[in-house]
Design a protein around this ligand. Structure first.
Ligand SMILES: Cc1cc2nc3c(=O)[nH]c(=O)nc-3n(C[C@H](O)[C@H](O)[C@H](O)COP(=O)(O)O)c2cc1C
Length: 221
């Protein structure tokens, strides 16, 4: 698979089959992903891969916790600014509209939206997940390095025939994750990534993108 194909075919998959992902494949992908760039090559990613019985236990604890309405863990970073400016506000609303329309959920049906959201903590059925942490003393440029690393992982997963879904939702139950993976206290959970084979019987709405005329400026002599 060439890079264009990997980029084109990557999408956030929210329905996986239970077909297991081999540890060798995960190791191959994560070894190749170490080539991701980072400022001064500090490689600020800290990744925990969870599969099998520990992942089943994590999904159980997290979904139980969320479905019984327990409070989120206190935040270590804000997922979004409290007031999103244009054009980001409109893009976010469009995403929500398209996602719930694809699921046949009315926007005002809060309960149905909650039920759909709970699937996050079941990893959308995926048999593997990774949890990516960043040291609390590192700053915005290093968080960006982690983003490049995660995209590298997700593209390599495509080359292996696998799909993924990055999920900041896991940061909302970071203590439940920490109880299982036991990271050092100075690490902040940025996000989880569910990994597996897409359930191709489940339909999905492909997300749109702003045109490059909106987001790219070419300056030519
Ligand atoms: C850092 C990050 C966090 C995300 N968190 C979630 C999440 O918690 N749950 C979810 O279903 N999707 C999550 N997504 C997926 C985005 O909604 C998705 O990338 C976006 O809508 C574009 O769609 P696509 O990935 O299918 O191209 C996240 C994506 C990123 C990059």
């Amino acid at each position: 698979m060439d890079v264009y194909e990997a980029v084109e075919s990557r999408r956030s998959v929210r329905a996986f089959t239970d077909r297991p992902v081999s540890p060798e494949t995960l190791e191959r992908v994560l070894t190749a992903a170490t080539r991701a760039p980072s400022g001064s090559n500090i490689q600020p990613w800290n990744t925990y891969v969870v599969t099998g019985a520990p992942l089943a236990e994590l999904k159980k604890r997290a979904t139980e916790r969320v479905s019984t309405g327990q409070a989120w863990d206190e935040r270590q970073f804000e997922m979004y600014p409290t007031s999103l400016e244009s054009p980001y506000r409109e893009r976010r609303s469009a995403f929500g509209r398209e996602r719930y329309a694809a699921l046949g959920i009315a926007r005002e049906d809060w309960e149905a939206r909650q039920r759909a959201a709970i699937a996050n903590w079941n990893c959308f059925g995926a048999p593997a997940a990774l949890f990516c942490y960043v040291h609390r003393d590192l700053g915005l440029p290093q968080w960006s390095d982690v983003g490049m690393y995660l995209q590298t992982v997700m593209l390599l997963l495509r080359a292996e025939g696998l799909h993924s879904c990055p999920q900041m939702a896991w940061s909302q139950v970071r203590r439940t994750v920490a109880d299982l993976v036991r990271p050092p206290a100075e690490l902040i959970l940025f996000c989880g990534v569910s990994i597996g084979f897409a359930d191709e019987t489940v339909g999905y709405a492909r997300t749109g993108r702003a045109s490059i005329h909106e987001t790219v400026t070419f300056i030519d002599g």
